[in-house]
Design a protein around this ligand. Structure first.
Ligand SMILES: [Zn+2]
Length: 161
């Protein structure tokens, strides 16, 4: 995300991919895992998924090991907001990108190959810093937030990846 060109491409493709991910519904497995929590057969779900489908299914105790795609953070300050706000700002800044259609991926990306050089990514409204989804990208480290310790100390727990 340090590269402006990378951000143009990421947020440009996200204009198409994010609504699909945002509107995804939990499948029967997510609901089954939620039922296990209700029956006290699971006290914590640890997941690498960033889609929040466990929470949508009703599971309350979830550690999102790789973050959550529905929130955006600033890489320079403590700004955080719902991804929909950044999505709407990017849409407003780039009306020419609204008409594109492409295959979407489960991670909010879209298979869109166009010229992104005119795309204007939204910046942090607080400090004009770089915004990114609150997820662990490939090559990033999982933040040390105590989630692993909670996971190891909690029984029964369920890991979903
Ligand atoms: Zn900021």
């Amino acid at each position: 995300m340090d590269s402006y060109e990378t951000r143009q491409r990421y947020w440009g493709r996200s204009l198409i991919g994010w609504p699909v991910m945002r509107n995804a519904a939990p499948n029967p497995s997510h609901h089954h895992i939620s039922d296990l929590e209700l029956l006290n057969h699971s006290s914590l779900v640890v997941t690498q998924n960033v889609d929040r489908l466990h929470q949508k299914a009703g599971t309350r105790a979830v550690t999102d090991l790789h973050g959550r795609a529905d929130e955006v953070i600033c890489m320079s300050c403590d700004y955080r907001c719902p991804r929909d706000e950044v999505h709407d700002r990017c849409a407003d800044l780039n009306p020419g990108f609204q008409h594109y259609k492409a295959e979407t991926a489960p991670d909010g990306d879209a298979d869109l190959e166009v010229d992104f050089s005119d795309f204007r990514p939204a910046g942090c409204p607080k400090c004009d810093g770089i915004l990114k989804p609150d997820v662990v990208f490939f090559g990033d480290y999982v933040p040390r937030t105590g989630c692993i310790r909670r996971w190891m100390c909690s029984r029964p727990a369920m890991a979903c990846w």
